[in-house]
Design a protein around this ligand. Structure first.
Ligand SMILES: NC(=O)c1ccc[n+]([C@@H]2O[C@H](COP(=O)([O-])OP(=O)(O)OC[C@H]3O[C@@H](n4cnc5c(N)ncnc54)[C@H](OP(=O)(O)O)[C@@H]3O)[C@@H](O)[C@H]2O)c1
Length: 221
């Protein structure tokens, strides 16, 4: 079995690589810099240099994946951006950095991986429960939340376009102890990733277009 993890230099992405390798899969991971690529090599994965903020970099991805057939593709790369109070206005630069990484990035990457999907492939984006509008009870992190709500919309379109070909889902990985989640988060990266791998393994076409917690619970948009 083969998996491709986009944004695999650290955190959830690197743990996805570690666990799929430990399960005997052939894994390709992407990183933006040499230390990240070295970490991937150290786990026995194939490392590709990719920055989703750089169109030239993403445009080259399909060529690098020629001949591959991935059973699982996870688009994980993301940033939280500035910690703003509710109704605080981000600068144009802050807005662009978060939206381009979290929304434009997956919009660029998904078409690049299509030719490299195995039959019955699973394509997951790492969204966040913070992107849910229906589950929201307090204000805050408006820019990050807007980016993940937009990512959810992008994923839904991908699921419709790829119906019958690939099973496309948006994940909430939990609140995870990574650089982004912080040391006070709810769960370890091992627990988040082992949960998501279990969910991915059990997906059928009926699940495509779904928004799913790392433990398999269905979320509302
Ligand atoms: N941790 C949580 O509690 C939590 C909760 C909900 C959702 N998420 C989502 O889960 C995903 C992974 O988060 P994490 O907690 O593992 O965060 P993290 O430790 O900060 O890791 C973020 C990853 O994204 C990569 N990345 C950022 N910008 C990129 C770009 N322009 N091009 C390519 N890669 C880029 C980083 O690469 P570099 O090393 O090069 O920066 C790194 O590999 C994100 O999409 C995040 O929004 C996390």
């Amino acid at each position: 079995m083969k998996s491709l993890i986009i944004g695999a230099s650290r955190g959830i992405g690197l743990e996805l690589v570690r666990q799929y390798r430990a399960a005997g899969w052939a894994v390709t991971g992407t990183a933006r810099d040499e230390p990240g690529l070295e970490r991937l090599k150290g786990l026995g994965a194939t490392g590709l240099k990719l920055d989703v903020l750089d169109a030239q970099s993403t445009n080259g991805l399909a060529g690098q994946l020629k001949g591959m057939a991935f059973d699982v593709v996870v688009v994980n790369a993301g940033v939280f951006g500035p910690r703003l109070a509710p109704l605080d206005v981000p600068t144009a630069e802050e807005f662009d950095a978060v939206m381009q990484t979290n929304v434009l990035g997956p919009m660029r990457v998904i078409p690049q991986v299509l030719a490299a999907l195995a039959a019955e492939a699973k394509l997951a984006v790492i969204s966040s429960r913070m992107g849910s509008i229906s589950l929201r009870e307090t204000a805050g992190a408006s820019l990050y939340r807007a980016s993940k709500a937009a990512l959810n919309s992008v994923l839904k379109d991908a699921s419709l376009e790829l119906a019958g070909k690939a099973i496309c889902i948006a994940f909430h990985p939990g609140w995870v102890r990574t650089d982004m989640g912080g040391s006070g988060a709810d769960i370890s990266v091992e627990e988040s990733v082992s949960g998501m791998r279990q969910v991915l393994a059990g997906l059928t076409h009926a699940d495509s277009g779904g928004y799913i917690n790392y433990d398999g619970k269905r979320l509302t948009w």
